[in-house]
Design a protein around this ligand. Structure first.
Ligand SMILES: [Zn+2]
Length: 69
């Protein structure tokens, strides 16, 4: 079954636009993979920051409770 042919907006190479292809519809799979890796690492970084902030809050609470008792 033929897929529609598109020209990648990044590397100008022709590629098949397959259904469910991740990334932008005007980018070939190779260029989409690069973008996805970038966004994935950003998400991981953000969640790590959030986890560290939560850990700090928990540590502060522990300190306060220890002070009271
Ligand atoms: Zn490309």
């Amino acid at each position: 079954m033929p897929f529609p042919r598109k020209i990648c907006a990044v590397c100008s190479q022709e590629f098949e636009l397959k259904p469910g292809k991740p990334g932008f519809a005007n980018r070939c799979p190779e260029c989409s993979v690069e973008d996805e890796a970038d966004s994935n690492s950003n998400v991981a970084k953000q969640s790590t920051d959030r986890e560290q902030a939560a850990a700090r809050r928990t540590a502060m609470k522990d300190l306060l409770y220890r002070k009271d008792s």
